[in-house]
Write a protein that binds this ligand. Structure first.
Ligand code: PGA
Length: 237
């Protein structure tokens, strides 16, 4: 089964010119690029092989919601995927599980493929993997409440590993990915669940993660903005 390399640009880069350069280095069959909204049409034009996604979505389709972007706007701009519930959105924009649940419902209804991000904070993980599993199971229960969908991707991103240079132990992430996969399969009836790992993935550790059958790919933040690093990552797929 081929592995997914999802590239989350976050709030980068500053210019269309820089975005074009990054896009030309990202075009690969295994890749899904998640640029800021404003670069979606450009990405749609430039990418011939990669998938395209947005970093967020609003749950209403239209109306008086200044600053928001709807699922149909994303689809019409060329996005097929959307990230929902990234820990930075939960932290800086106070996104609750209820909000995330509404966003997933709206995205699925319009036909976008969702990558739901979940992950535990460091104080939970310090208590051990069993406690972390309980935390993740509860997050999934709330985020996926009353949602029935055939294909949904989950990205397991331990919060303490994001942007810190301290990735998780790949074997422990694989165990967590296996656990999440079981929940998706047996509770949510998703026949072929895919679980990605995210958090300080780079060219030196990417193989350690994707080498595990439980891990369906990686979500890469910082390293996706550096074309040399990106090139090295893609070479290993
Ligand atoms: P990172 O970010 O690779 O910079 O840790 C991952 C993410 O936030 O998706």
């Amino acid at each position: 089964m081929s592995k997914i390399i999802a590239l989350n640009w976050k709030l980068n880069p500053e210019s269309i010119r820089e975005a074009s350069v990054l896009l030309s280095h990202s075009d690969n069959r295994n890749v899904i690029v998640f640029p800021p909204f404003i670069f979606l049409p450009l990405a749609k034009n430039k990418l011939k092989k990669s998938g395209l996604g947005a970093q967020d979505v609003f749950w209403e389709e239209k109306g008086a919601f200044t600053g928001e972007v709807s699922s149909s706007m994303l689809l019409n701009s060329g996005a097929k995927y959307v990230l929902v519930g990234h820990s930075e959105r939960r932290k800086y924009f106070n996104e609750t599980d209820e909000i995330i649940n509404k966003k997933i419902k709206s995205a699925i209804k319009s036909g976008l493929k969702v990558i739901l991000c979940v992950g535990e904070p460091s104080d939970v993980r310090r208590m051990g993997l069993t406690e972390a599993k309980k935390f993740i199971a509860f997050q999934l229960k709330k985020d996926l409440d009353k949602i029935s969908v055939k294909n949904l991707i989950v990205a397991y991103e331990p919060i303490w590993a994001i942007g810190t240079g301290k990735s998780d132990d790949p074997a422990e992430s694989a165990e967590m990915a296996g656990f999440i996969g079981q929940i998706l399969k047996y509770k949510h009836k998703i026949s072929d669940p895919k679980v990605l790992y995210g958090g300080s993935v780079d060219s030196k550790n990417v193989r350690d993660f994707i080498g595990f059958k439980e891990i369906g790919g990686v979500l890469v933040g910082g390293a996706s903005l550096n074309k040399e690093e990106l090139g090295k990552i893609l070479k290993q797929i």
